[in-house]
Design a protein around this ligand. Structure first.
Ligand code: AMP
Ligand code: MG
Length: 484
């Protein structure tokens, strides 16, 4: 058996999913396999890139041991509750235990229609698949919890979006695909039995320490609050904007999931939005922590029947747990900014110094990633102050700031900040250029080059200096699309 599937989700009650084989495609072509991810999963890269592997990765054959399902979930989309969403274009092939003993989902995205497709075609287009591949792998290299990309296949069929586009399938790997919206699905149906089954599954799979808590379901709520607070810290510290933080796109395992119109900040402005569908700016960069708390509040609401005998009692317990989000986020964020600046981070003064640096960035709309990298190079003795001064547009306040920063960061080893502040992030204009080359010329060279650079985001590569730079004015991407 080429893959030792062990499908725990498919063993849950039938109302959790719909058994759904992928729909075959005419001319599958493997564009990219992620060999490191294959090895981690204990899969043979040679088998995966051979005919049987390609048949699995394109949805053309069901590999032995796989039980393909589309999972049921609900969700708040831009604040409005939709009682039934579910995997409309994603099919879970099954689970494997990876080399580290972790249970991981293997899922095809774009593998055809399911019971949850509503009006959609169940397919994915080349561009969004490439974007998810690039950004999820970049996030992993930056050390941020995320789903992973195992493979990317062209189907040989076309999909209709604004234009006619090449169809593609992404093979995605995740700790699980269980979302806040999965809990909401059963809560909305007042199916407390299913809710309890799901909660127990998630505790055993993702948050086993909750089983030791005096109340395991409160333990679960607190664990999900903690992983989401920590995830928001990580996103903000690298300038990531998810773009569609609907509750159906929030993983209870705390991984970044469902990359759609996501993007990284160029110029620092907390109000930044790229997503074309986020007209109300709900999911702006700086709003993400408060939206995460809003989403967690929906999670707590779904859990209420498990938290106490009475509604009032449950609400009280939930509110106390939710009150832990803001202090955990804030402490993590302040510590993270201090780390990026090489400050001890043990005083109010360091928090102020961090806030002042960000306001210097904001005043100049200076590039977030590049400004921290310039500072890291200055601290390493690899550069003088000139690049930082130029990026920040020479504000007079910088002199005083640098003097205080030098005093407070004196104890940090020179060069330490180069391993904390990345040189390379998946910048929008680079992603768009890689997609355009693939779409217009069947040229995957820019895609491969971008993946190579992003695989080691802290290591400067000779000859690739331009990958650090923000877009030229004519290269700027102002809007991103989810392309569904
Ligand atoms: P997403 O934008 O990936 O968060 O998807 C939101 C919802 O729309 C989910 O229920 C998806 O399964 C569904 N969906 C998105 N695109 C398609 C498509 N092309 N066909 C069917 N369902 C889709
Ligand atoms: Mg989604």
């Amino acid at each position: 058996m080429p893959i030792a599937f062990d499908n725990s989700y498919a063993r849950l009650p039938e109302r959790f999913f719909a058994l759904t084989p992928p729909t075959p495609v005419p001319e599958p072509r493997l564009v990219r396999l992620n060999p490191a991810q294959a090895e981690e999963l204990g899969l043979d890269p040679a088998w995966l890139s051979g005919p049987e592997g390609l048949a699995m990765l394109s949805g053309n054959a069901i590999t032995e041991g796989s039980t393909p399902i589309a999972t049921a979930y609900a969700g708040h989309q831009f604040g409005n509750f939709v009682p039934q969403l579910g995997d409309g274009r994603a099919i879970l092939l099954g689970e494997v235990i990876d080399r580290f003993g972790r249970r991981r989902d293997i899922q095809l995205k774009g593998a055809g229609r399911t019971r949850f497709s509503r009006g959609g075609d169940g397919r994915a287009a080349l561009g969004p698949v490439m974007r998810e591949y690039i950004v999820s792998e970049a996030m992993a290299a930056l050390g941020i919890p995320t789903t992973r990309a195992l493979a990317f296949v062209l189907t040989g069929a076309r999909v209709m979006r604004d234009a006619i586009l090449p169809g593609a399938v992404l093979t995605r790997v995740a700790s699980s695909h269980i979302r806040v919206g999965t809990f909401q699905f059963f809560a909305a149906r007042q199916d407390t039995e299913a809710l309890r089954t799901l909660a127990d599954h998630v505790i055993a799979r993702h948050h086993p320490q909750a089983a030791q808590a005096p109340d395991r379901y409160l333990g679960l709520l607190e664990a999900v609050i903690a992983v989401q607070a920590d995830l928001m810290v990580r996103w903000l510290l690298v300038g990531f904007i998810h773009g569609v933080m609907n509750t159906d796109n929030v993983s209870v395992a705390g991984e970044t999931i469902d990359y759609g119109p996501c993007a990284f900040l160029d110029g620092y402005d907390p109000a930044t939005v790229f997503s074309a569908i986020d007209t109300g700016r709900r999911y702006a960069y700086g709003n993400q922590p408060s939206i995460a708390l809003w989403n967690l509040t929906r999670f707590a609401e779904a859990l209420l029947p498990l938290l106490a005998e009475t509604v009032d009692g449950a609400v009280e317990v939930a509110q106390a747990a939710l009150a832990g989000f803001a202090p955990r986020f804030q402490a993590g964020y302040d510590a993270g900014i201090a780390r990026k600046l090489g400050l001890p981070g043990d005083s109010e003064g360091d928090t102020i110094l961090g806030a002042e640096f960000l306001s210097l960035l904001g005043a100049a709309q200076a590039d977030f990633t590049l400004s921290f990298r310039h500072l890291a190079r200055l601290q390493a003795g690899e550069a003088d102050e000139a690049p930082l001064r130029a990026t920040l547009a020479h504000p007079p306040a910088l002199d005083g700031w640098l003097e205080r920063w030098r005093a407070r960061s004196a104890g940090t080893a020179p060069g330490a900040l180069l391993a904390i502040n990345p040189a390379y992030i998946p910048r929008n204009h680079r992603i768009e250029a890689a997609i355009a080359a693939a779409q217009e010329r069947d040229d995957f060279g820019p895609f491969e080059e971008l993946l190579a650079v992003l695989a080691e985001p802290f290591v400067e590569r000779p000859g690739y200096a331009d990958y650090e730079n923000p877009p030229q004015p004519e290269e700027r991407v102002l809007r991103t699309f989810c392309g569904t």
